[in-house]
Design a protein around this ligand. Structure first.
Ligand code: NAP
Ligand code: F7E
Length: 325
């Protein structure tokens, strides 16, 4: 893949994906949206990305998922060989507060990009970041590519629509369109209002005496947590396959929010029970009890597997927070 376009390049996954593609010698273009601040922390703070921008191997283009003409213009201008569509409102709890915006950016935004590709670059390979949230409260465990879709929040409903579109454009229009059904994946670049980053940050700040407590909605839910660096490798493997298809990218192992707290606070020599306060402000109207992915198809057909165990993931996140202080 020579020329790649990434929507959501300023996000957690987009920044790691850009780094990985640039390291293998590609030319990377990213879609950014207008903002009152020019700082793009996840791009500006990574030396390899700053250097690539200075050398012109990484270029940013203004567009927005709500603006078809801007997406069409970028696709026409860049003429990408591959497009990784990672952009959208991706916070589950916030999707209950911004349901229409979530549907527009995550759902219709995908339609607008697929149309831009169909009309402007039909040979471009297209990747959608789908999600384990599409299974809702799953009817089977582990969840695979054939598990029934039963979304229980506006974000998941928008992603089901986006996933269905990818399948329709693959079948009806012959696009090389694929989806990764991504289970939770985390890193030091995770947004601060997702539970793993929130806990890692709190553990570090509490250990340094900057805070005393962290407020969480619940300790009960279990998630299949992987490392974002592993996940973006899987995304590339999906687009490098011989034929377009959809794949679960997961670790196959599940842990509770309480497990995450216990490991994170143990790393800094504390007992989480003395520092966690349950607070209904962070609870959701409905929540998925447990996710666990079956990544066997990705391993069998693509040779991809998650390489970073849970304890190592927690450690690298807490240590990054300690360094940042
Ligand atoms: P993220 O950190 O929240 O990044 C989202 C990106 O989308 C940001 O670059 C954001 O730009 C951009 N964006 C949002 N609305 C936009 C709009 N209207 N127009 C243009 N760009 C817009 O998300 P992530 O964790 O990297 O996840 C990447 C993708 O994977 C998302 O689609 C997410 O739903 C999906 N996913 C993630 C996980 C996970 O565990 N991380 C799991 C399953 C699926 P700004 O920087 O300007 O806000
Ligand atoms: O919550 C519970 C919360 O917000 C994980 C997104 O990337 O992965 C992510 O969605 C669990 C939930 O991630 C707090 O109720 C408790 O049970 O970190 P999260 P998520 O909702 O699983 C999926 C696969 C995506 O696709 C999404 O884009 O932790 N929890 N207390 C809390 N969660 C948050 N955020 N904050 C709390 O205080």
């Amino acid at each position: 893949m020579k020329r790649t376009l990434i929507s959501g390049i300023t996000g957690q996954d987009g920044s790691y994906l850009a780094e990985s593609l640039l390291a293998s010698g590609g030319e990377v273009h990213g879609i950014v949206r207008q903002s009152s601040l020019l700082q793009r922390t996840r791009l500006d703070s990574v030396p390899a990305l700053a250097a690539a921008r200075a050398e012109g191997r990484l270029r940013l283009h203004y567009a927005d998922l709500s603006d078809s003409s801007s997406l069409q213009a970028v696709v026409r201008q860049v003429e990408p060989d591959a497009l990784f569509h990672l952009a959208g409102q991706s916070h589950v709890k916030i999707s209950f507060e911004l349901p229409e915006y979530t549907a527009d950016s995550t759902g219709l935004g995908t339609l607008r990009l697929l149309e831009a590709v169909r009309q402007g670059a039909p040979r471009c390979r297209f990747f959608l970041a789908a999600t384990s949230e599409i299974f809702g409260e799953p009817v089977e465990s582990p969840q695979s590519e054939t598990t029934p879709l039963a979304p229980i929040n506006p974000y998941a409903a928008a992603k089901v629509y986006a996933l269905n579109l990818v399948r329709i454009y693959r079948r009806a229009h012959g696009l090389f369109a694929c989806a990764g059904i991504l289970f939770n994946h985390e890193s030091p670049r995770r947004g601060e209002n997702y539970v793993t980053r929130k806990i890692a940050r709190a553990a570090a700040r509490i250990a340094k005496g900057l805070e005393t407590h962290v407020h969480l909605g619940t300790l009960v839910p279990r998630r299949d947590w992987g490392y974002a660096v592993d996940t973006v490798e899987g995304m590339q493997a999906i687009l490098n396959a011989e034929a377009p298809d959809d794949y679960v990218l997961a670790t196959g192992v599940t842990h509770s929010v309480e497990d995450f707290c216990a490991v994170a606070f143990r790393i800094v020599g504390r007992d989480f029970r003395e520092h966690v306060i349950l607070d209904s402000e962070y609870a959701r109207p409905v929540d998925i009890t447990e996710t666990r992915g079956d990544p066997s198809k990705a391993y069998r057909e693509l040779g991809w597997r998650a390489r970073t165990p849970f304890e190592e993931l927690v450690r690298l996140m807490v240590e990054a927070e300690l360094r940042a202080l």
